[in-house]
Structures are given as C-alpha cells and as structure tokens.
Ligand binder design. Structure first.
Ligand code: S3P
Length: 448
C-alpha cells in the first residue's frame, strides 16, 4: 500500500553507538514463506516474519488469492490452498513498494487460468516488469501493461501451462523465483539457468516444502531444475534475521567513533553476505561470533567496532549479486575510508526502488564527497574518518535503503543530514529509528 505524507528526518553525530541491535526478519525469506505457505496443502506456521509493509502487502495478496493468513500470538499462520489452487482475486493486487512481492506473485499466479491486475506505488510503477513477463509468456501467460512494461499490468494466466527452460538475461533472484513459482503449476520439468548465482532462498525453501529441485553448476551457469505439480507439504518456518538490515547498524558502528555494536543471529547465506566480506577487505573491525547453522542456513552474531583505518578497494564485480542491496550503505562507509572505492558490474542498481547510483551519488556530492559514475559502475573518493561534511537535505525517491544510508551518514558527519522522507523505511525495517536510537543515535523530526 502507498504510504502517507512525506516525513523528513534528520540524523546528527551524537557520540558512540553501543549495545545490541536485534534487527527484524529477512525480507526475502518472509515473502517466500507466505507465498509457498499459501501454495502448500494445509497449515504453515511462520515465526520471526518481517512485519514490514512489503511483506504485509504480500500477506494481503495471498488472502486475495484464497489463502488464509492470520497472526496468532507471535506466529503467522497460513492455510494453503495447494499447488494449482490459487483463486482469482476480486480486486487489484497492490504490492506497494515491493518489487519482490509483485514479481514473485506474478510468477505464482501465471500458470492459473485467470487474470490478475497488479499495481504499486510511484516507485514500483516505474520499475521494469518485462524481465518477468517475458519468461511467463513462455508458459503461456500474456501480460498487458503500460508502455515499457510498467505497472499497472494485467497478467492473463495460462490455463494449459507448458514447462519452460529459461536462461535469465540479468542476475535477478526475483526473475529466477518468478519462473520457479510459475513452474510449480506446469506439468514436467521447469529449468532456470543463471550465469551468476543470486540469492537461493527460493530453491532452499521449495526443497523444504517437499518440491523436487536440483541445482547443478555447469559451463552454462547454475542450472536449477524443478519437477512441476508437486504436493507442497506445510512447514514450520523460523525466519532468520535480515543481513541487509544488519548492514545499517554494522556500518554505522564502523564509522561512528568509539562504537561497539553486537548484531546477533544474522543469516550469512553466502548468496547474501558479500557486504561483510567487502567490509573486512576494507579493514573493518567486524567479527563473526558464535558461528552456527540454523534451519539449514549459516548464522553468526556480528560484532562491529569503530574502524579508523578503512581503505578504499575495488569491490570484486563477481560479488555484486551477493551484496546488491548493500551498495548504498557501502558507499557511505567508502566516504570514510582512505582512497577510492570502485564498484563495477552494478547496472542492476539503476532499476531498484530508485536509481540507487544516482540517488547516492547526488546525496554524497551534496555532503562534500566526490563521486563518479557510469551506466554500470561508480567510484567514491573517501576522505577518511570525519571527512564527511554533511549539512544537506537529500531526496530518497521512495527508497528505504537510500533513507537509512543517509541517516547513518548523518551519524558520522560534521553537520547533520536530513532525508526528505523517512516513511519508506517501514517497508523493510520498521523499527530502524527505535533500534538505532537505543544504540545512541539521535534523530530529529523536521517540522513542516
Ligand atoms: C530479492 C532479490 C534482489 C534484491 C531484492 C530482493 C529477492 O533483487 O535486490 O531486494 O527477494 O528475490 P533482484 O532479483 O532484482 O536482483
């Protein structure tokens, strides 16, 4: 759902950050738990679900598709309708700000013989959907949207779907997942080939629900094969905490003098943990304490301490998919390093909730940092600890991660930084302000 009026917010330096940061559940896993729960036969129980607006919108959508989704105490309970059992929604499906929500839902519904019209907020209505509707057309589904393949868009599902073999042209877990979810209700084998590995939560969770999924590394890339029309068995799912949300307290601690923050229980799936490796390559004092396995995913407690000797590096482009949502906050850390941080192979950043390279480059320049950028690369010249001037109001373009990145920058800059709207933070990290405040951060609301 679209959020209300803009809510400007200011962050200023206010001494060290100290304590424990209990960040919310993983957004990617939360969406998938609700969608696969709705496609299983019987009752799936989910704890640790992210109650951010993006995920709540997906929960509402699953109800519209005929599943029952309720919260009982701390547990979300989903009564699934079984593979092939989704029903035609009576109204538009509004996915708010969520690209993951709309793309996964389009996939899940595309092999049912009914039509669905999808929409979203001003950010989502700008984002490309052909990357999903192109492979869905191979199953037999047809999409009619605005020019450029934008929402609002109606997808007429295939009543007699055929299975598909599809090589994703862009590294995207959303595209891969949309094809796999569509493949659930197609007879026979659906195959997705990705040249670069992207987050693998769909493959893991489909296997957990009892689908037959095999993954093979070949010369073509990572080949994922799904046997269609399985019976999905309901699951008890414990959602691990989100490494993409953990990135904010971790990075804040690294750049605010005197900080020492523990971020417990963070999922360190290798397809998601690229930022933490990159920070360590830059010389960050970031340690993994108590490493363990939970629910088939590697997990650790992260400890981040102020790191005055960060150095700029060239981020290995092959790491991009495993840290794609973390480049905005990385660029803030880079501004506090000695030397230049070079980020290549990141064209996907231009089609996220906003053009993230442009939003960060514009805001960092306004705060006194030199940034250069091209279609699929950007470079940030670090000015060392304390080198961020700040003193700017930045536009976040309805993008939660741009808002949180500049609020973290404000915690380490000479003059305060204001974001023009903190509202979208609620899509992925609704407790951000309270949590960062409990560590010692200072925010001021800006009167209209
Ligand atoms: C996501 C995949 C990524 C990521 C997004 C969540 C997912 O997008 O940026 O926040 O849950 O599958 P792409 O699929 O576009 O890479």
């Amino acid at each position: 759902m679209s959020h209300g009026p803009s809510r400007p917010l200011t962050a200023r330096a206010a001494g060290p950050l100290r304590g424990e940061a209990n960040v919310p559940g993983d957004k990617s896993i939360s969406h998938r738990a609700l969608i696969l729960g709705a496609m299983a036969e019987g009752e799936t129980r989910v704890t640790g679900l992210l109650e951010g607006q993006d995920v709540l919108d997906t929960g509402r959508a699953m109800r519209a598709f005929g599943a029952q989704v309720d919260k009982q105490g701390d547990t979300w309970v989903v009564q699934g309708v079984g593979v092939g059992g989704l029903m035609e929604p009576e109204d538009l499906i509004d996915c708010g700000n969520s690209g993951t929500g709309v793309r996964l839902l389009m996939g899940a519904a595309a092999t049912h013989g009914f039509s669905v019209t999808y929409t979203g907020d001003a950010s989502l209505r700008k984002r490309p959907m052909a990357r999903v509707t192109d492979p869905l057309a191979l199953f037999g589904a047809q999409a009619y949207g605005r020019s450029g393949g934008r929402l609002p868009m109606t997808v007429v599902g295939a009543s007699e779907p055929v299975p598909v073999r599809y090589a994703t042209p862009v590294p995207s877990a959303q595209v891969k997942s949309a094809v796999l979810l569509a493949g659930l209700n197609a007879p026979g084998e659906t195959v997705v080939i990705e040249r670069e590995a992207t987050r693998d939560h769909s493959e893991r969770m489909l296997t957990g629900f009892g689908a037959e999924v095999s993954v093979e590394q070949t010369a073509e890339g990572r080949v994922i094969t799904l046997q269609g029309q399985p019976t999905l068995r309901p699951q008890a799912i414990v959602v691990p905490r989100d490494p993409s949300s953990a990135a904010f307290p971790v990075c804040a601690a690294l750049i605010v003098p005197g900080s020492d923050v523990l971020v417990p229980n963070i999922g360190l799936n290798p397809t998601r943990a690229g930022l933490f490796e990159t920070l360590r390559d830059m010389g960050a004092d970031l340690t993994y304490e108590n490493p363990r396995e939970e629910g088939g995913e590697p997990v650790a407690d992260l400890r981040a301490r102020f790191s005055p000797n960060l150095r700029g590096i060239e981020v290995p482009p092959e790491r991009a998919a495993s840290m794609i949502d973390e480049y905005p906050i990385l660029s803030v850390v880079a501004s506090q390093a000695e030397g230049t941080t070079v980020m290549r192979g990141v064209a996907e950043l231009r089609v996220k909730e906003c053009d993230r390279i442009d939003a960060m480059a514009t805001g960092l320049r306004a705060c006194g940092i030199d940034v250069r950028d091209g279609d699929d690369w950007w470079e940030v010249d670090g000015r060392g600890p304390g080198g961020l001037r700040g003193g700017a109001t930045v536009a976040i373009h309805l993008d939660h991660r741009i808002a949180m990145s500049f609020l973290v920058a404000g915690m380490a800059s000479a003059e305060a930084i204001t974001v023009d709207d903190a509202g979208p933070i609620a899509t992925s990290f609704p407790i951000f302000e309270d949590l960062m405040g409990s560590l010692g951060a200072q925010f001021d609301s800006v009167a209209d």
